[in-house]
Design a binder for this molecule. Structure first.
Ligand code: NAD
Ligand code: FES
Length: 276
């Protein structure tokens, strides 16, 4: 069992949990994830390790409560425990010295972006982070990012905080000016956002790395659930990723595969509720 030390609501339906998992905290590198089960009956949920404290033996996880199992994880209070925390899994981020880097985070994807931005800044890159959300309460980790980024720019779709619009509007502006154009872009968020980012950077061939979150089951390359096509080759996000060259990713296939079980889930959920 893995004790939950802290649990707070970071944004509507988004929780930040600090969990005691000393061996994971010691071994993890930025970009890696764990697979969590709150209880025996819970689905296996892949969650990026948003932060870790090896001295305290803790890892920080951010979970968006969208289904039964993510709700179960989010509802474990401080003092409670998770049944399983398996990891660290996935390939760590390849941290390079690019010079100027733009890190683009959409909504809860900002939590995945956080450890990458931190590692890039620690490696001496000048990091500008662009974060976007539907409205002010959905913008997360702004102050935490400001602690090590040169600049943090915020967008909201309703204009309640920062610039009104999508986060990509800020990136477009950075790319258009030689004085701010980054040497590399890291993007994490909804698939349409990551697709929009790679289409913006493609004409200038700015290196763009995306973190993908396809459906995962085992997280060890055995089930094929997380299959993605990158550069015309089949890859498994859990062992070959989750980060890939954004210009080579087949985003249309990724969004189709992410919707694979949507209909079945809605039908089964409705049946289940009728029998309750
Ligand atoms: P959301 O739908 O509210 O979008 C957040 C922000 O992303 C928007 O405010 C906007 O700035 C940007 N965005 C969205 N669509 C865009 C588009 N078409 N073009 C340009 N920018 C766009 O996001 P949310 O509800 O906070 O997050 C949920 C989504 O994030 C889910 O789709 C989930 O799968 C994804 N997610 C991805 C990862 C990952 O590792 N890639 C991790 C966590 C969550
Ligand atoms: Fe099963 Fe990646 S989650 S192969």
């Amino acid at each position: 069992m893995y004790e939950v030390i802290h649990n707070e609501e970071l944004a509507p339906e988004v929780w930040r949990l600090v969990v005691r998992a000393p061996r994971v905290a010691d071994a993890r590198k930025p970009g890696q994830f764990v697979i969590v089960r709150a209880s025996e009956a819970c689905e296996r949920i892949p969650l990026t390790i948003a932060d870790a404290d090896a001295d305290e033996g803790t890892i920080t996880l951010v979970v968006q409560a969208v289904g039964d199992s993510t709700r179960e994880i989010a509802s474990v209070p401080a003092g409670g425990a998770m049944r399983d925390v398996a990891g660290p899994l996935g390939r760590p981020t390849e941290i390079e010295q690019w010079g100027r880097v733009a890190c683009v985070g959409g909504g809860v994807g900002t939590a995945v972006l956080f450890p990458l931005a931190k590692a890039l800044a620690e490696a001496g890159n000048a990091v500008t982070t662009l974060i976007g959300g539907r409205s002010e309460p959905h913008v997360i980790l702004r102050d935490e990012l400001a602690a090590f980024c040169e600049d943090v720019r915020v967008t909201t779709e309703d204009g309640s905080l920062g610039r009104k619009g999508f986060v990509t509007a800020e990136l477009e502006e950075m790319l258009a000016d030689d004085a701010t154009c980054p040497q590399a872009v890291y993007a994490v968020g909804p698939v349409p956002m990551m697709k929009a980012v790679v289409e913006l950077t493609r004409p200038q061939a700015v290196k763009t790395i995306v973190s993908l979150n396809p459906i995962m089951v085992d997280g060890t390359g055995m089930c094929g659930g997380c299959r993605v096509t990158v550069g015309g080759e089949v890859k498994f996000a859990c062992v070959d990723g989750p980060e890939f060259d954004g210009h080579a990713v087949d985003f249309d296939e990724l969004s189709t595969r992410q919707r694979t079980y949507e209909e079945d889930y809605c039908r089964l959920d409705a049946q289940f509720r009728q029998t309750e």
